[in-house]
Design a protein around this ligand. Structure first.
Ligand SMILES: [Zn+2]
Ligand SMILES: [Zn+2]
Length: 350
């Protein structure tokens, strides 16, 4: 609560004094477009909160509120236009923004797209190609669901060699995050398998996490939505072998080309995790633009390390839990993370 009050106070101060623009010049985001990321857009935030990772949710109502605020202050453009202009070395007009969605959840089609179309805003969706059109859901959602059901009942059964210090003391969110961010996907599958042996997830629980199928992806592409890649199976690039990373990057792009037709040049690093080595692999796989969750850009590949801000239901709330334009503004300018909340070792060899 105290932290939240401090954050709100700092946001007001930065916004009213215009200092957030100065911070933009310090962290290198000043002349860059504002790129926003969302995950799921839902009807009822409180109901979805019972089974979903909170920071992956925004209610349609709050989403609309964000868009209205952004629309009054920015020109919202598609990633194709943004990419073409940046590639040509053009200076983008100040106050240019783009709206993007990660993972390709089916609720994009039902909840987000109608709002975007009504407001005339272009958007982009980053697809996990190996899961699209299947009844499989991303590992982070599956793990969170299993851990939510598990924690509070007994101690966690973590399989051999998968022990993470203190995991039984963590909240389901903390445990999910640490497992996803530190283990290769083969080990995560084993953890999921172990948990599912004891507690099978009912089909109904998985339904809200279903991803767009290829028919829907074809339709949204025809409606002008940019489709980008988010790997084949949402692997965290920094936890996998170079060979697996190359396969996932190339395979995902090939599948998009095969199923949807056209060229696919945009990429988002799953879980926002990358090393400079991974950036090079993304370049080698033929992607031209990639988005990161911090402001640590690669001088060698600036267009493959474009800062983006992921928003959720509570990103723009002040300490009284009311919508605040100052808080939202500071979030999208990365002004509240000055000094750095990113703990990644981007120079590490993966
Ligand atoms: Zn993702
Ligand atoms: Zn970073």
């Amino acid at each position: 609560m105290v932290r939240n009050r401090l954050k709100t106070g700092a946001a007001h101060l930065l916004y009213r004094t215009g200092l957030y623009k100065f911070i933009g010049s310090l962290n290198g985001t000043k002349n860059l477009p504002v790129v926003i990321g969302y995950h799921r857009v839902v009807e009822d935030f409180a109901a979805s909160l019972r089974t979903s990772i909170p920071s992956m949710l925004v209610s349609r109502q709050m989403f609309e509120r964000h868009l209205d605020w952004i629309g009054r202050r920015y020109r919202v453009v598609g990633l194709e236009e943004l990419g073409a202009r940046m590639e040509a070395g053009e200076q983008l007009p100040p106050r240019t923004a783009a709206i993007t969605f990660d993972d390709g959840y089916a609720d994009f089609y039902e909840q987000a797209l109608p709002v975007l179309q009504r407001k005339g805003f272009p958007a982009a969706v980053f697809v996990v190609t190996g899961l699209a059109g299947t009844n499989r859901i991303p590992d982070h959602d599956r793990l969170y669901l299993l851990l939510t059901r598990r924690i509070g009942r007994r101690t966690l059964p973590i399989g051999q060699g998968m022990w993470v210090q203190g995991i039984d003391q963590m909240t389901p969110y903390q445990a999910t995050r640490i497992l996803i961010e530190s283990l290769p996907s083969s080990a995560i599958s084993q953890v999921i398998e172990t948990l599912e042996k004891e507690d099978e997830l009912p089909e109904a629980d998985l339904k809200p996490f279903r991803l767009l199928d290829w028919d829907q992806l074809q339709k949204i592409k025809r409606a002008g939505v940019t489709i980008g890649s988010h790997t084949q199976s949402h692997i965290v690039l920094t936890n996998e072998t170079a060979m697996r990373v190359t396969e996932e990057l190339a395979g995902s792009r090939a599948e998009l080309e095969h199923k949807l037709g056209g060229t696919f040049r945009h990429f988002v690093y799953p879980s926002g995790l990358f090393t400079m080595n991974a950036v090079k692999q993304v370049a080698d796989a033929g992607y031209k633009f990639a988005y990161i969750g911090c402001t640590h850009r690669s001088p060698e590949y600036p267009l493959l390390t474009l800062p983006r801000t992921v928003l959720w239901e509570r990103s723009s709330l002040n300490s009284d839990y009311a919508f605040s334009g100052s808080v939202l503004s500071c979030q999208i300018h990365h002004a509240l993370s000055i000094g750095g909340t990113c703990r990644q070792q981007h120079s590490a060899v993966n």
